[in-house]
Design a protein around this ligand. Structure first.
Ligand code: SF4
Length: 352
């Protein structure tokens, strides 16, 4: 699929837009004032492949601890600021690689200017983050509720404010918790600006329903070439956001990281507990980096054939389990040792 042409910016060392791979972001849910907990969470995100981490900076203390956090992690850190321009300025001093603000809630032009001038001096981008929950009053009055048009109007107004300050190191997000509204808003915005777009469905929900919503919304946008960086927002461990992000990108052939698990839907022919084995394997390979396909299939009759594209697979049989490679059975193992024997073979494919 053809990606929409956008301007390339850099968040730390990560290129965003201009044809760069779609980056996967997440946001910490630790207290930013707790350096140890926040660094440890960002390290887990790094391990999962996260490209950019965002932290909330709610007060002065957090803007100070940010300095320590930035030094101790390897991926760029974005400071998320609400209302208080001083915290944005301090976060830039502390080494934030980008500042996320909603210019409309910074108070006045003078305060916004202070942030923009500081970002220009530090040569870091600003993410203009428009959100359906924090639209300007007059825009909300005009449209009645946070429609796609309202989100776009707010984004364009805020971009214009910043451009007038001669600042163009920008990326933009316009998030709604409604999938259709988000899709329409991003489609519309992508026709009007060349800035890279950070796509996401806000307050998407829990791990399961949020991933479904994000996959539908972000999948449609990405398939139309829209979106340069993304976050799957979940009420769950942020690491799950990264896994979900990569799975979306992998399904669209945009980026891949780590192995892919395929498993059969199970039926009356199954001779192995596919659901349980697939879940265990998925957990075990979640940190792997090499790219290969693993299959877990219920029966020997159809499994190896149906999953012949898999590099390694396991299928159940009446008395034992069969391990197959590219559709060919290479080993028979007792049911009791089936999982361990299979995982031993899977591990051999992890070469990184
Ligand atoms: Fe049923 Fe076997 Fe196909 Fe699984 S692989 S769905 S058990 S026929």
């Amino acid at each position: 699929m053809k990606r929409k042409k956008t301007k390339k910016i850099f968040v730390g060392s990560v290129a965003v837009g201009g044809g760069a791979p779609v980056s996967v972001q997440s946001m910490t849910n630790t207290d930013t004032r707790d350096v140890k907990a926040t660094v440890s969470q960002i390290k887990r995100l790094e391990k999962a492949g996260c490209d950019i981490a965002r932290v909330a900076v709610p007060d002065d203390e957090a803007s100070e601890t940010l300095r320590e956090i930035v030094k101790k992690v390897n991926i760029p850190v974005v400071a998320d600021i609400h209302f208080d321009y001083r915290l944005a300025v301090k976060s830039i001093d502390s080494g934030a690689a980008c500042i996320r603000i909603n210019p409309g809630n910074i108070g006045n032009i003078k305060r916004l200017e202070k942030i923009i001038y500081k970002a220009a001096e530090a040569d870091i981008p600003i993410r203009v983050g428009v959100n359906s929950g924090s639209l300007e009053k007059d825009i909300l009055k005009k449209y009645g509720h946070p429609t796609a048009e309202a989100l776009v109007e707010s984004a364009l107004r805020n971009i214009d404010l910043i451009e007038k300050m001669n600042f163009k190191n920008i990326k933009v997000s316009i998030k709604s918790s409604d999938v259709i509204t988000s899709i329409e808003a991003y489609r519309n915005l992508s026709k009007k600006v060349r800035y890279p777009l950070h796509i996401g469905i806000t307050e998407a929900g829990t791990a399961f329903s949020g991933t479904v919503k994000a996959s539908v919304g972000l999948g449609i946008l990405l398939n139309e070439g829209i979106g340069d960086t993304m976050r799957v927002s979940l009420s769950a461990d942020p690491v799950k956001e990264v896994f979900a992000g990569f799975k979306i990108l992998k399904s669209l052939g945009l980026r891949s990281r780590g192995p892919e698990l395929i498993s059969c839907p199970t039926c009356a022919r199954q001779q192995a507990d596919v659901i349980q084995i697939a879940q265990r394997i998925e957990k075990k390979i979640s940190g792997f980096k090499s790219q290969f396909k693993v299959a877990v299939m219920g029966c020997e009759v159809n499994g190896p054939g149906e999953a012949k594209e898999a590099d390694i697979g396991l299928a159940g049989s009446k008395k034992y389990g069969v391990i197959f490679k590219k559709g060919k059975i290479v080993k028979k193992v007792s049911k009791k040792d089936m999982f361990e024997a299979f995982f031993e073979e899977v591990k051999k494919l992890e070469t990184n």
